[in-house]
Design a protein around this ligand. Structure first.
Ligand code: GDP
Length: 421
């Protein structure tokens, strides 16, 4: 690990707009493709008489290996710049990307949005930008990519920038927090080096923009919260729940509580990367073992917290939601699936309490009959099964959710307050 500040970076955008290629390019140009991989490719390239060892060759091979399932996955890859140590928290093209983004399994601090100049804003561009905004991405760097395909035309770049700015306005993302760069991930324009192909552009390269991101806020001193992703049985150890610590610290000897399953005990061991550790903190993926807690006592979607400040279980909760896309209208009684951290629970929107003016956030209407795409509202929600969730103001990491229905993310929101069971 580097001692530079750490940044979790999401790379988002419509399929085929060049996210994987951009990540590959970043890894390659920051010298972060593992040495043995480079060496292997260099040898292969020479054997095949391909002469020059080039980025395209690396990308082709990465793509091929992905297809063969010998994944040198670009997700969870790491690279560093002068200022920061970056982890790509989710991958380009991963089918579960949207879900991961929501469940916090991959909470990103900042994001690069890739928009192909020849294709412009597309449905997934919208979906990802909307989620980025709702889930609290601080800054967005927009790579207007595939500039080589539009002959590096300034006019096409400007059009794409305008389209994206419109979209940012729609979701109320402050355009002050967005920077735009004309790139070609494939040719390497304005990624780490200024391009001669865009003389009309005098802004920063993508790497410079990454260096210029604000430093992520250090994790709060909130109590331990660890959403459970899976529960394993490992011979010799017993039951091993695994998950990512969102807040707080876990140490052997701690008393913990799993909610809503409502069991608990003393932590015996904590493991990270298959090694026992004395303690683990925010961002660490851990497996651990708790005295007296068996495989059938707990499940994915439970949250493990400290016994003296256990995770909150909601009877109902109030939330602010933004409706992204819904074919008709949402009325009281609607019961879609809520995705919060690792939990998926059907929840009824019991009442729509206020409609908000999207531009000012002020109350536009009390107790409206319905809300629809583009609306922001305060609603009261009743989970149909016990759900552990926290007010966003207290533990933001456990206070956001997405609402999915018909295979789509239709809304996202954050928890304002919880009525405990
Ligand atoms: P993703 O689905 O967003 O990850 O897109 P990929 O990175 O897989 O790229 C999709 C296709 O676009 C691939 O064939 C890439 O080689 C190509 N591509 C990506 N970036 C560029 C670019 O800047 N210029 C050109 N011409 N093609 C690109």
């Amino acid at each position: 690990m580097s001692d530079k500040p750490h940044q979790n970076l999401a790379v988002i955008g419509h399929v085929d707009h060049g996210k994987s290629t951009m990540v590959g390019r970043l890894l390659f140009e920051t010298g972060s493709v593992p040495e043995h991989v480079i060496e292997q490719y260099r040898e292969e390239a020479e054997e095949k008489g391909k002469g020059g060892f080039e980025f395209a060759y690396v990308m082709d091979n990465l793509a091929e290996e992905r297809e063969r399932g010998v994944t040198i996955d670009i997700a969870h890859q790491e690279f560093d710049t002068d200022e920061y140590y970056f982890t790509i928290v989710d991958c380009p093209g991963h089918r579960d990307f949207v879900k991961n983004m929501i469940t916090g399994a991959s909470q990103a601090d900042n994001a690069v949005l890739v928009v192909a100049a020849d294709d412009g804003v597309q449905p997934q561009t919208q979906e990802h930008v909307f989620l980025a905004k709702t889930l609290g991405i601080d800054e967005l760097i927009i790579a207007v990519n595939k500039m080589d395909l539009v002959d590096y035309q300034e006019s096409r770049y400007d059009e794409t920038v305008e389209e994206v700015k419109q979209l940012l306005k729609q979701v109320r993302f402050d355009t002050e927090d967005a920077s735009f760069i004309p790139t070609s991930a494939f040719e390497g324009d304005n990624v780490s080096e200024e391009s001669d192909n865009t003389p009309w552009y005098d802004g920063v390269t993508l790497l410079e923009a990454l260096n210029g991101l604000p430093e992520p806020q250090p994790p709060t001193d909130a109590p331990l919260r660890l959403p459970i992703q899976d529960v394993y049985t490992i011979s010799g150890i017993g039951t091993v729940p695994v998950g990512r610590i969102e807040t707080g610290i876990m140490k052997p000897g701690n008393d913990v509580s799993f909610q809503p399953s409502d069991v608990g005990g003393e932590v015996k061991t904590v493991e990270m990367h298959h090694e026992e550790v004395d303690q683990a903190g925010p961002g660490d993926n851990v497996g651990f073992n708790v005295r007296g807690v068996g495989k059938d006592d707990i499940r994915r979607g439970d949250v493990c917290g400290s016994a003296d400040d256990p995770p909150t279980v909601a009877e109902t909760f109030q939330a602010q939601v933004v409706v992204m896309q819904h074919p008709s209208v949402i009325t009281a009684g609607y019961t879609p699936v809520f995705h919060a951290h690792t939990a998926q629970v059907a929840c009824t929107i019991e009442s729509i309490d206020k409609k908000l003016d999207p531009s000012s956030g002020e109350v536009a209407e009390e107790n409206p009959d319905f809300i629809q795409s583009g609306d922001a509202a305060v609603v009261t929600v009743r989970p149909q099964k016990p759900l552990s969730i926290e007010p966003s103001s207290e533990i933001p990491e456990l206070g956001s959710f997405a609402i999915r229905d018909m295979g789509q993310t239709i809304a996202a929101g954050k928890v304002l307050g919880v009525d405990e069971r």
